[in-house]
Structures are given as structure tokens and as C-alpha cells.
Design a protein. Structure first.
Length: 489
């Protein structure tokens, strides 16, 4: 929300309006690129960006987060449109938005922070890998295979096609040039970097293609009014389908997790008010409900735009609201400008965005310090590539629960020989059935001809299975005509 006091301060207004222009220039190519990669008209990405600014921008939650179509949902949207059709996308997004509103009102927002960070990183890494694998084909203006494994298997054939086909080689060169510019841009002088990298890369590659007389494939743009298609009763009836319900849940959970983890990252970047996670979840839900009603793409809070907003000096919600206004003005007055951008250039932007989702630099230190978390991250990412986004995330969450249960059940057994031949055996930690085989194995190795005192006072938890097993072991030990076992609780 924007206070009247903030709007009366000309310094704040001027600074936030300038920041909004920077965010707009970053958001424009990303909105279009995400839409094209999702298999929907480019204008639908702009619609989602406009709603993210002009609607979500006014709602409480986070002042500086910027919402719009996200690369993280590209794979899921593409699969949903391919399986259920573009007409069903609106009801799916609307239902996911309503679910987000309910979760926010029920104060579930804070609980999303309890999701294992490794699972979230693995989810983003898997999404990034699928985006890269798919958009490499788009960079060559070639149809991509359906599954992740098929994309991997098709890479050698794609390489041959790029080398032998002139049109594929030209398109791929434009896409590769876009990626190269995105990588080079941060190393250029600060004065040059005032122009956002995505906008500069798209503009330069488009200009090169035009000056060289190339005719690459471009987006088909007809304006906002031509593309908005309000869902009807037949489309909403599809929500009774079990597969559609699963997609709704996936949309809601993944969009919520990405938005709230983005909020946590943005909060670390500024000293202003912290995010109210429940209110932010409601705001995202309202935005997605409206996007669904318009038949547009789902939205999340996007870390790239949000970080740009903070770095540009924004301090109020005015910047994110105004960025939505600039998107609306552009879409209304200059829609044809989008229609001259080569699809290969947009694919290059998505390849770069996908690579940034893969935490390659962080994996090495994570492997050295927390190997279990690194395995969890890798398994989640690979599972998403091999199966699909929903199943991969569910597997990651399941493994996180199993890992947590295993670590929680950690127990340590130590022996202390005392004078007189007496042995004290101490158990510390959490004794659960998961560690029972190891406990019994160590106890059965103890000497049979010495008095034993079993000290259980150091246990934080002793479940029923372990207690019965320890009592049975003590009874067997006593029945073997050895010194009786003393149990100290």
C-alpha cells in the first residue's frame, strides 16, 4: 500500500517512477519470452505483467516485490496447455488463485518457509534444466520433444540440424548472440549498464537481424483485446477432472513457494518493512484469480524484477504499480514492436534465465558441508527432468521428510568400563525404531560375563518399539546366567 505521506514527497515519487521504468524495461522481454516458451500468445504474458503491477501492486504483503509471469512456471504451463488446451488454462489459474487466497486467509503463508530449502533449490534447478533443454530447440526454430529424457536424447540430432540447416544455424546464432550479450553486459561500464541487459540483448539482436536482411521466426502479435478470452462454462467444467485438479494444486503450491522464497530474498536486500507472508499469499492469489478470469498466464513474485526494483532505488509500492502502467501503455500503443523480435532471441533470454536457476556455484560447498542436503537437491532436480514438475517436487518433499526423520532418530551408544569389571552403557539422543537394528547389534557385542548398567537418562526420546526391545535384550542377557543388567532411566 502507498501512504498519502509518501505520495506527497516529490523526491520519493520521482525516485520510484524512475525505478519503475527500469523494472518495466526488464519485465517487457521476460513477459513476452515466458509466454512464448509456455506455448501461449505473447500478449498473455503482458496481461499477467499488467495485473501483477496494477492489481497486486496495490495490495499489502511486500512493498517491493514485483509480480508477473515467471520462468519457474513455464514448464508446468506448457504441459497444461499441451494436455488440456489453452481454453482450460484460465480456469486452472483462477482455481489456483482462489486456493492461494484461502491458504493466505488460513495463515498458511508462514508455513511455506518450513519447506526444505534444498527441495526448493532442487525444484528451481530442475525447472531451469528443463527450460534450458527446451529453449535450446527454440533457439534453432525447431520443435522440442515432449519429455525431458527425449530432449536430452535429441540433442545430438539438434546439433546435426544446426550444422547442416542454414535457417536453423541462423536462428541459433541469433539466440546464442543473445545469451552472449546477457553474459557480457554486467562486465561493461556502469554508464552502459543503465540499459537493462534483457532489453539491450533483444534490441541489439533484433537490429542485427533487420540490418542483415534476415527473416527469423517472430511472435504473432494482435493486441490485448484480440487475445483475452474469458473462460466459459465448458472450460470450468474441466475442473472436475482429477488430472486438472492435480495441475491446480501444482500451480498453487509452486507459485506460492516461489513467491514467498522470493519475498525472503528481497527482505534481505533492503532495510524497509518486512513482508507479511500471509498477506502476500493473499495478494498473489487475488492476482492469479484475475489472471485466470482473463485467460492469462499464472503469476508469481519474480526475484529478477524484484531485485532490479530494489537496486534501482525503489522504497514504496509506487514503482511496481507504475511498471504495470508502462506495460499497459506499451501493449496498447506499440504491440507491433513485439512482433519484430526474433523468437530465437526470446529463447536465448529464457536459456540464460534457466541457467541462473541452477545453483552450480553453491552445490560444491553444499556437498562438502551438508552432503545429505546436496543429494536432496540433486535428486529433486533430476526427478523433475526425468518425470515432471509435480512428481519431482513430491519426491523431493518425501525424501526431505525421510531424511529429517532419519536425522531426528540419531542415537549414540558409548561404553565406559569401570573398576570391578562393571560396564556402563550410555544411550544419548533419540532412540526410535529406525535405529533399533544398530542399537541391538552393538548391545549384543557386549561381554557376557561382566555386570552391565544400561544408562538411558541421556535419551531425549525413547519410543515404544525401542523400550520393549531393550527390555527384552536385558531379559535375555539375564537368562543366560550372566550378571544381571541394570537399567537406569
Amino acid at each position: 500500500m502507498i501512504s498519502a505521506k509518501e505520495l506527497k514527497n516529490p523526491h520519493v515519487v520521482r525516485r520510484d517512477l524512475l525505478a519503475s521504468l527500469v523494472v518495466f524495461l526488464v519485465a517487457l522481454p521476460l513477459c513476452v519470452g515466458v509466454a512464448v516458451a509456455s506455448g501461449v500468445p505473447a500478449e498473455l504474458g503482458l496481461v499477467t505483467g499488467i495485473v501483477g503491477g496494477l492489481v497486486v501492486g496495490f495490495l499489502p504483503g511486500s512493498k517491493l516485490q514485483v509480480s508477473g509471469p515467471a520462468a519457474g512456471l513455464t514448464v508446468l504451463v506448457y504441459e497444461a496447455v499441451k494436455e488440456f488446451g489453452l481454453g482450460t488454462l484460465g480456469p486452472i489459474v483462477l482455481a489456483a488463485g482462489l486456493l492461494q487466497v484461502v491458504l493466505g486467509l488460513a495463515r498458511f503463508g508462514r508455513w511455506f518457509r518450513a519447506i526444505s530449502v534444498s527441495v526448493v533449490q532442487g525444484m528451481l534447478a530442475g525447472i531451469g534444466l528443463v527450460i534450458v533443454l527446451g529453449q535450446v530447440y527454440a533457439m534453432a526454430d525447431t520443435e522440442q520433444p515432449g519429455s525431458g529424457l527425449a530432449k536430452l536424447a535429441g540433442l545430438p540430432g539438434l546439433a546435426v540440424e544446426i550444422i547442416t540447416d542454414q535457417e536453423a544455424m541462423t536462428a541459433f546464432a541469433l539466440g546464442a548472440g543473445t545469451v552472449a550479450l546477457l553474459l557480457l553486459w554486467p562486465k561493461l561500464p556502469a554508464a552502459v549498464r543503465l540499459v537493462p541487459a534483457p532489453l539491450a540483448a533483444v534490441a541489439l539482436v533484433t537490429a542485427v537481424a533487420a540490418l542483415a536482411g534476415l527473416r527469423p521466426t517472430v511472435a504473432d502479435v494482435n493486441g490485448l483485446l484480440h487475445v483475452i478470452d474469458l473462460p466459459g462454462g465448458a472450460e470450468f467444467a474441466r475442473l472436475a477432472d482429477v488430472a486438472v485438479i492435480g495441475t491446480v494444486l501444482a500451480f498453487a503450491l509452486i507459485a506460492s513457494a516461489e513467491s514467498l522464497f522470493s519475498a525472503a530474498a528481497v527482505d534481505r536486500m533492503h532495510d524497509g518493512p518486512r513482508t507479511d507472508y500471509d498477506k502476500e499469499l493473499v495478494a498473489q492469489g487475488v492476482g492469479n484469480t484475475l489472471c485466470g478470469a482473463l485467460g492469462a498466464l499464472p503469476m508469481t513474485a519474480v526475484i529478477v524484477r524484484s531485485a532490479t526494483n530494489v537496486q534501482a532505488g525503489a522504497t514504496t509500492a509506487l514503482s511496481r504499480i507504475a511498471h504495470g502502467l508502462w506495460l499497459l501503455i506499451f501493449a496498447a500503443l506499440l504491440p507491433a514492436a513485439v512482433g519484430i523480435i526474433p523468437l530465437a532471441a526470446l529463447a536465448g533470454i529464457l536459456v540464460h534465465a534457466g541457467c541462473k536457476l541452477v545453483p552450480a556455484k553453491e552445490f560444491g560447498p553444499l556437498w562438502r558441508e551438508h552432503r545429505g542436503e546436496a543429494v536432496l537437491l540433486a535428486v529433486t532436480a533430476v526427478a523433475i527432468v526425468v518425470t515432471n514438475l509435480f512428481e519431482g517436487v513430491v519426491l523431493g518433499l518425501l525424501l526431505a521428510v525421510i531424511k529429517s526423520a532419519w536425522e531426528t532418530s540419531h542415537v549414540q551408544l558409548t561404553t565406559h568400563p569401570l573398576t570391578g569389571g562393571r560396564v556402563v552403557v550410555s544411550l544419548t539422543g533419540n532412540a526410535t525404531f529406525l535405529r533399533l537394528p544398530r542399537i541391538l547389534e552393538q548391545l549384543e557385542k557386549l561381554p557376557q560375563d561382566e555386570p552391565i548398567e544400561l544408562d538411558l537418562t541421556g535419551l531425549r526420546h525413547l519410543d515404544h518399539a525401542c523400550r520393549v526391545a531393550l527390555e527384552n535384550w536385558a531379559r535375555r542377557h539375564n537368562d543366560a546366567e550372566t550378571e544381571p543388567v541394570t537399567i537406569r532411566r
